[in-house]
Design a protein around this ligand. Structure first.
Ligand code: C5P
Length: 293
């Protein structure tokens, strides 16, 4: 959304959902090789940028208070990386606002998606045309290139080799997080053993039924390590299983878990029941649609 009068550019940084995540090996530098089927939700954080007399950064929203607003924040790292690469065009000061609506360190790519949205918003504001955004994004985090892509995809390598998927079916989902942060490096280093098993070839997926049939042949290989470190993830999985979904799984390195339903109505009813039972949890009914709020 571009408001040309105010010159404020606002972009949604959607939640990333790893429908399947297989660890297939390990690089010499310690990073793990992955195969992951990824979609993006219609919910997310919101990044807004506008020209200003001096640089500033403000964080708000339900999960804003626990997030650093200093140079360690991926939003500012993204701004700085773009400036380092395009010092002339990116010299103008900018006010950045992040509305943090997704839980922090929760396996749905919040920080990476914020960085990707910041790169997109600032290139638009500063009039930078480049095909290097994915490479710049990769210096910020392994998941940033896929968040820049923002459409259903298979990711390989450490997440940076991206193959888009056309015509992915509408998936009604509920995302749930109990509020306990998980540390991605800790989860990776707690991996007891690697299955080293690639994802099966993706057939044509035309319905929720097709997607769930495929996903049943797959897994999230980070689940056991994440649940061992954060036992509350098991409670979230149990709560989701009790809502009669088609499939339940953890996303990324956790602790956010998702369930897939046969219809948006079923997903909304499940979310309402979970919110009543667990008022302190992050619970949202969503889907992989394009109109993003
Ligand atoms: O790249 P990012 O900062 O998101 O990764 C955080 C940490 O997670 C890395 O330092 C690494 O320990 C681990 N990681 C990994 N393999 C990946 C992605 C992340 O081992 N593919």
């Amino acid at each position: 959304m571009l408001d040309s009068v105010e010159r404020t550019i606002s972009l949604i940084a959607p939640a990333k959902i790893n429908l399947a995540l297989h660890v297939t090996g390990r690089r010499d530098d310690g990073y793990h090789l992955l195969d992951s089927l990824v979609v993006f939700a219609h919910v997310g954080d919101k990044v807004s940028v506008k020209r200003a007399p001096v640089d500033s950064f403000e964080v708000s929203g339900p999960f804003g208070r626990t997030l650093p607003d200093d140079e360690t924040n991926l939003v500012l790292k993204a701004r700085n990386a773009l400036r380092a690469r395009f010092p002339e065009k990116a010299a103008l000061p900018v006010a950045i606002h992040l509305e943090k609506r997704l839980p922090i360190a929760s396996g749905i790519g919040g920080g990476s998606s914020d960085a990707a949205a910041t790169l997109r918003a600032l290139t638009a504001l500063w009039g930078i045309e480049t095909d290097e955004l994915a490479a710049i994004g990769l210096t910020l985090g392994a998941d940033v290139p896929m968040c820049l892509y923002g459409q259903p995809l298979i990711a390989r390598g450490i997440g940076e080799e991206i193959e888009g998927i056309d015509d992915f079916p509408h998936l009604p989902m509920v995302l749930v997080n109990s509020g306990v942060a998980t540390s991605t490096p800790q989860v990776f280093s707690a991996l007891a053993k690697r299955d080293n098993q690639s994802l099966p070839n993706l057939p044509k997926l035309s319905s929720v039924h097709d997607v769930c049939n495929y996903l049943r042949q797959t897994d999230n290989h980070l689940f056991s390590a994440a649940e061992m470190l954060t036992p509350a993830i098991g409670d979230v999985m149990t709560a989701l299983r009790n809502t009669d979904p088609r499939l339940v799984r953890m996303s990324g390195s956790g602790g956010t878990c998702f369930a897939i339903y046969g219809s948006d109505q079923e997903a909304e009813a499940a979310a309402a029941a979970l919110k009543r039972a667990q008022p302190g949890w992050f619970v949202v009914a969503t889907h992989n649609g394009m109109e993003r709020s």
